[in-house]
Design a protein around this ligand. Structure first.
Ligand SMILES: [Zn+2]
Length: 306
């Protein structure tokens, strides 16, 4: 095994075998986790200021038990455009959830490695992770073992931490994320590119569409988590895909605002159970963009900064 530096975070990583005969190179990084990347994407990522967020995005696949992402230049561009920095409170919630996930039983200690685990909290570096743990400690959500060395923190979730986790179990971690549920059919690409995506971005939110990430063409734990972490959903039911209805039903259960949309010629086919909801009825992608933008600003408010 040859040791190289991770292309994203520059930590010493191992090379892993890619199954596609050289199209991608594979790396297994202790910070980012395993991933595959094309040489074009590798060149693009050199010196990217958002590297730490890319580490968090890759690590998230590993933490969600998904296959390692295959990063092409297209995917990279999309990911870099759609990940934003998180507020300190959002990071604290994500960190607390990561600690919860590692807790074997209430009261059990969890070890966080500062050098390797900072992407769990979407932190920029080990120092920020240390600060975020301290913040959770100040809020009496966790207690920290003082006797441990400098690179490993041993933490335990306290009662207030469990109460907070419980009350935030269905709350979104990302206040600016819009989950887009729609048919993945190629014929609707323009609807996404010229309609929904632009409307959401103009209103100051980040559109999150799962098929823009690799390996996510089915409803799995990651989709469920992504819906949970979104502030609202746009469900376009054109072509009447079952997946879209499933995702919208899940969002309804979480009490997330949903904006229903459908193409004019498909309005009559909308499922009986959801016909009661108001639908944005559109003819062209541009038409949808205008209607959606106005509706998002009216219902959720325009975000002027992220
Ligand atoms: Zn890395």
């Amino acid at each position: 095994m040859i040791d190289v530096n991770c292309r994203i975070c520059q930590t010493k990583a191992a090379i892993i075998e890619a199954a596609d005969f050289g199209r991608h190179k594979g790396y297994k990084c202790p910070v980012c986790g395993p991933y595959f990347i094309t040489s074009t994407a590798e060149a693009m990522v050199q010196g990217k200021p958002r590297g730490s967020m890319l580490s968090s995005w890759i690590r998230d696949h590993y933490e969600s038990n998904l296959s390692p992402p295959e990063i092409s230049s297209d995917i990279l561009e999309d990911v870099l455009k759609n990940i934003t920095n998180r507020s300190p409170l959002e990071k604290q919630l994500l960190l607390l959830r990561a600690i919860e996930k590692r807790t074997d039983y209430p009261g059990a200690k969890v070890s966080l490695n500062l050098t390797h685990d900072y992407p769990l909290a979407w932190a920029s570096n080990p120092d920020e992770l240390r600060y975020l743990v301290k913040s959770l400690e100040d809020r009496r959500f966790v207690a920290q073992d003082k006797t441990i060395g400098t690179s490993v923190l041993n933490v335990v979730i306290l009662t207030d931490g469990w109460v907070y986790l419980d009350s935030h179990a269905t709350k979104s971690a990302f206040k600016d994320r819009a989950f887009i549920a729609m048919s993945f059919d190629k014929s609707l690409d323009a609807l996404w590119e010229n309609g929904i995506k632009i409307a959401v971005e103009r209103a100051g939110y980040k559109p999150h569409r799962v098929d823009k990430e690799p390996h996510l063409d089915r409803i799995d734990a990651k989709i469920i988590a992504d819906i949970k972490d979104s502030a609202f959903m746009i469900a376009d039911v054109t072509q009447q895909k079952q997946g879209v209805y499933f995702e919208a039903g899940y969002a309804l259960g979480l009490k997330r605002p949903i904006i229903w949309c459908v193409r004019e010629d498909d309005l009559d086919n909308v499922h009986f159970d959801t016909r009661q909801y108001n639908h944005v009825v559109w003819k062209t992608a541009e038409d949808l963009q205008e209607q959606l933008y106005n509706l998002i600003c009216a219902v959720l408010g325009k975000r002027t900064h992220s």
